[in-house]
Design a protein around this ligand. Sequence first.
Ligand code: RIB
Ligand code: CA
Length: 339
Amino acid sequence: MASVGLFRLPPAGLTQRQAPVGSVAHPLPLIIDSDPGLDDALAIACAVVRPEIKLLAVTSVGGNADVHHCTENALRLLHLYGADDVPVAEGAVGPLVGPLERATEIHGESGMGSTQLPKASRRAEPEGAVALMARILESSPEPVAIAPIGPLTNIALLIRSFPHLAPKISHICLMGGSVGEGNSSASAEFNIYADPTAAEIVFSSGLPITMIGLDVTHHAILDRSILERFAQLPGRSAKAAAELLKFSFDRSAAWGQGEKMAIHDAVAVLHLAIPDLVGVSRYHVVVDATSGPARGRTIGDANPYRLKRDKREPNCDVGLTIDSDRFADEMVAIFAKLP
Ligand code: RIB
Ligand code: CA
């Protein structure tokens, strides 16, 4: 049986992807739901630049930082990237149930490290995140993919508030979870840990899902060598990204975790633009939404015997492998194209 590092591929190995992938001829319509956030900043850049994606909106959710910071960061990032035409709307402050979870120790109080991005010349849409997503889904001539890269609160609210719009969601390609170890706790990854109830609503919704979890994003690493590569790039975006990354490397070094950062969120977006970057396998995933020590765990099962025995069907693709060198090259190529 093939293995990747400490992780053993499931019996089925890697399987055919279910997620749609855009093309230059037919860009994939996409909404990003985000808690910008340092790695969110790079993910949004991917969606702005890649010709296989048509970014329709960025909605914010409280997570890495307070939601008002996340909204402002989304506006300023899109302004920096020359994408002021992409609407932004503010979503949930915190989880459906349970305490507010933040990751400001990683992303800084503002969510953007110590970087002051240039102010945007516009405000967020007054209707709010869930209403904006619903309006886009309602009016789109074709189903729209959603890339949640923060806690899933807004997505759960969308599913429960507008069930008739489910057929207009082509795919949910989320950054979150892990079939292996967590990060916020030994069991749970931050985006799921921050709102397990919302995550359980999403994973049990029947919608097509790809879970881009830590299993694959822990191989989407940038280290200090990227700073030199970004320094050669002409635009303000690359300089700002280098500042954001340097903040992460310094924090990571201060914690004795080496001078590197997993760019988790960008993998979820690039999976929708580059068909062979990430290898996936089918799993049945449920979320532990209890308040015990495994709170927020995504329990992934791909064992054919247990699935048959318990009459459970796989409900999502789980990202397991990535071409790590190509990932770093793609990030440089993306920021080379930004103003
Ligand atoms: O666990 C990683 C996730 O938590 C990423 O989305 C990061 O931005 C944080 O939100
Ligand atoms: Ca995020």
